[in-house]
Every structure is written in C-alpha cells, then in structure tokens.
Design a protein around this ligand. Structure first.
Ligand SMILES: C[S@@+](CC[C@H](N)C(=O)[O-])C[C@H]1O[C@@H](n2cnc3c(N)ncnc32)[C@H](O)[C@@H]1O
Length: 462
C-alpha cells in the first residue's frame, strides 16, 4: 500500500476543474492520512467520469495501469468507492445540491461516509476518518442492508430534513423510455439495478461439473445454472482470468447469463450456416459454435462474424483459436453493402448496438453520464441494420434480433417497424427461459435470474 497519493501519483487523472483543498484539515493518524488521499483520488476519478462522460471502468482501469504503486487494498477501496458512488448517486447528489455554506470538501466527506455505509464497506478506520472530516453527527451504522428499500429507510431516518425514494436511483428519463405502471415491478427493477450481478460464464468443450471441480481447487466457488447446462456462476469476487488454465485453454468464456439467452434462442443446428452481423468480439459467435458442437462434435456448421470495428474481430479470432473452434470466420462491414452472400444463411443474428440500459448493474455510471438520447438515437440505426441484415436470410430460415436495452423503443418498436415493411418475415413463438412464458418477443429483466437485461425476438422468413 502506498503511504499517500501525492500529486504526481494522481497525474494520470485529468484534474477536476474544481479540485479539493485539504489545507485546513489535520490528519494525524496513518488512517486519517490515507483517508484524505483516498478522498482526493476518488473525487478526481468520479469527476473525470461525470464531467468528461467517460466510462468509469476505463477511467479507473487507466488510473491503476499508470499508478502501479497501489496495493490491493488501495485498489479495492478506490475502485469500490467510485462504483458505489454511481450506484447511489441518485441519493448522494442531494447532499451535493444543498444550498449550504459548507465547504465542498466537507460535503465530499459526508458523501463518502454515507456511500461507504450504504455499501457496508469494511474499511471502518477510513470511514470514521471521513466522518470526522465531514463534521456531521455520527451516523447510526446499519449492520447489513438487504435491499435498496432498506437503505432508503435508513437514509430517511438519518437525514430527516431530506427525503429519499427508491425511484431516484435511476434518472427520470429512464421511466420515460421504459414506462411501467406496476409499482411492484418498478421497485423490483430498481432493486436489481442497484445490486451487482455475479460473474456469469459459459463452458465450452468441457462438462460444467468438471469445470466447477477445477475452479473449486483454485478457491473459486462456482455453481451451475438451473437454466442452461453450459452456464456457470462464478460469484461476485474479482477473478484473475489470465491465471486460470480453464480460461487460457478456451474452456471458459465470460458471458452474462442474459446474453446467453440470445444464443439459446437462435437454436443453431449442428450443420447450419449462421451470420452474426454485429459480433463485436464474438461472445455470441462462440456460443453458437459451442451449441453446434454440443449436438455433434464433428459439427460442420459455420459462423461468419461481422462488425464495423476491426479490433473486436481480431479479438474474436484469438478467442476462437483458444477454444480450438473451426468454422468461425470474419467479414467486416466496409459499407452498407452486405459483406456476405444474399439469401444464404440458415440463421442471421442481429445483436444490435443499443443504449445498454440492461447493463446498468455492471456499469452504474452509465445511468448518469448518458441521457435520453442514448435511447432515442438508436431505433433508426437498429432498424436499418436489421433490414439490411435480413437480406442474408434464406427462405424458411431464421432472423434473431437482440439488444441489451430495456426500452421498448429499441426493442418491440424496432421489430414491429421491421415487420411492417418486410411482410416476408413473421415472428416465431418461443419460451422465455427464465419465466417459462410463451411469447414472440422476450425481455430478460435483471431480477428474473440475477443477470443483465436483454431483449430477443426470433423471426422466420416465409
Ligand atoms: C451489442 S454489441 C455486440 C456484442 C456482441 N454480439 C457480443 O456478444 O459480444 C453491438 C456491436 O455492433 C457494432 N456496430 C455498430 N454499428 C454497426 C453497424 N452499422 N453495422 C454493424 N455493426 C455495428 C458495434 O461495433 C458493436 O460491436
């Protein structure tokens, strides 16, 4: 652990326009000194994300890449505090907005103290140092919270001059693009968006039980999933993937269980030819190939993966090699023209670019750095990609449309608009894997199976 984060160590963070000054504070104990330097670093990182609208994952990752002196405890305190700030910012921002005369440093210490309490963080010496610097009346510490609703009640008793509601944990515009009149479902969605999902993986070329045994030996408590036989729950702890033989040998891929629903909805046959039109680094291309091989280890099926970005396609090639998967090739989009043959494929998957509101559990910062435009900008592009890609579907073959958005504007509305002008396609009735409900368009809601949110619809070309 470093003694203090001096100015040179924070150089990699672009300084917030409005920096903190701790000149009037007296930090005597080592814990107080460390608490001050953490407070400064967390402030700078938080503002870099908010002011520059840069993803927290990238900002924090880049900071640690440059500031190698941090030990594991430093990293944990800084990283977890930054992410928690975004999780609870809907409430914490109220302290920031108070028309008080208090110096902003004191407000920041108040925010850090409450943030740590809401998360039940274990670094009590730093929390009490922040509380001392904040100069607030000591907060009643709650032993452990089970829900956002409990946290909300706790806040309301601690600060009776303010009023807090669970709805505030997501921005107002979210309800405009994801309307819901059902109070219970709304609360359940807020609860799930305010908690961290586990790390979900998918095993390939190996039985899930063997994978669990192997992981148990290296102290990773993995479990299977009741929904798909190749899914694996790796828990909540950070894992050094590059240290895992299973990962290095291509037998384990990280893929959220919600995302796995999409490949499962495709139901590729062992000898099918599929086109993954927005493949990114190919999470779903790999899943399609794995599903083919589960049916026949000599499956002759193929997958062509396309994207407008070349880098992720290179990453896919490495992942496919690691798994020993033959039959996956890449064809980048170079223009609006199809990079593949028309009316050729047994299945076409359009995993369209979207607002990613379904991934807010993992990226709590996105809800504050994005605006309603993140949703409103997408449907025209999604419809265009879907319509162009559909030309590659053979007659009698399958077209799957998916997003990781929770908004009907990017989901049902896009599919309906597509069908309205493409009468040769029709929706197939499928079963929602987590709820068992039959339907033609399915939204995976995070609370159904502790996943990210997804949308998927399967269509058939008549
Ligand atoms: C939701 S991500 C895909 C995730 C990927 N299928 C996976 O499972 O990891 C959407 C992808 O669409 C790509 N994309 C954006 N605009 C596109 C376009 N006009 N045509 C094709 N792909 C596009 C993005 O580069 C991005 O990789």
């Amino acid at each position: 652990m470093v003694d203090a984060l001096n100015t040179s160590q924070t150089n990699s963070i672009e300084q917030a326009t409005d920096a903190l000054s701790f000149d009037n504070l007296h930090a005597e104990t080592p814990a107080q000194k460390r608490a001050l330097s953490y407070a400064n670093t967390i402030f700078q990182l938080f503002h870099q994300v908010m002011d520059k609208q840069q993803p927290a994952d990238r900002v924090v990752g880049e900071y640690f890449r440059i500031n190698k002196k941090h030990g594991s405890k430093d990293r944990r305190v800084i990283r977890e505090s930054v992410f928690a700030l975004f999780r609870w910012w809907g409430w914490l921002s109220k302290f920031n907005a108070l028309p008080e005369t208090e110096p902003k440093e004191q407000v920041w210490f108040t925010i850090l103290t409450i943030n740590a309490q809401l998360e039940s963080h274990p670094w009590h010496d730093f929390i009490s140092a922040w509380e001392g610097f904040a100069g607030i009346k000591p907060l009643e510490s709650a032993t452990q919270f089970d829900s956002a609703a409990q946290r909300c009640d706790w806040l309301n008793t601690q600060f009776d001059s303010l009023s807090f509601t669970p709805d505030e944990l997501v921005p107002d515009w979210f309800w405009e693009v994801c309307p819901s009149d059902d109070t219970e479902q709304r609360l359940a969605l807020i609860e799930s968006l305010s908690s961290r999902p586990p790390i979900w993986g998918r095993v390939q070329n190996i039985d899930v039980h063997d994978a669990i045994d192997t992981l148990t030996k290296v102290d990773i408590a993995a479990t299977g999933s009741e929904f798909f036989s190749d899914s694996i729950n790796l828990g909540h702890k950070n894992i050094n993937l590059n240290g895992l033989a299973l990962y290095k040998d291509g037998e384990l891929e990280i893929q959220d269980l919600g995302s796995q629903v999409v490949g499962q909805m495709c139901q590729p046959k062992a000898d099918d030819n599929w086109w993954d039109t927005c493949s990114g680094a190919g999470g779903k291309s790999l899943q399609l190939r794995s599903l083919m091989l589960q049916q026949n280890k000599h499956a002759t099926g193929t997958i062509i993966a396309s994207d407008i970005r070349r880098k992720p396609l290179e990453e896919l090639a490495k992942r496919a090699k690691r798994a020993g998967f033959k039959g996956i090739s890449t064809a980048p989009w170079k223009s609006d023209e199809l990079p593949v043959e028309h009316a050729h494929f047994d299945g076409v998957l359009v995993d369209a670019p979207c607002s990613c509101t379904g991934t807010w559990r993992r990226n709590p910062d996105m809800r504050w750095i994005d605006s309603k435009d993140a949703v409103m900008d997408k449907p025209a592009l999604q419809l265009d990609i879907l319509a162009r890609s559909s030309q590659a579907v053979k007659h009698g073959a399958i077209l799957v449309y998916a997003t990781c958005s929770l908004s009907p504007l990017e989901n049902e509305a896009v599919v309906n608009a597509f069908l309205a002008s493409n009468s040769d396609f029709t929706l197939a009735v499928t079963t929602h894997p987590f709820t068992g409900k039959q339907g033609t368009m399915h939204t995976v809601i995070p609370y159904q199976a502790d996943t990210d949110g997804m949308f998927v619809a399967r269509m058939i070309r008549k």
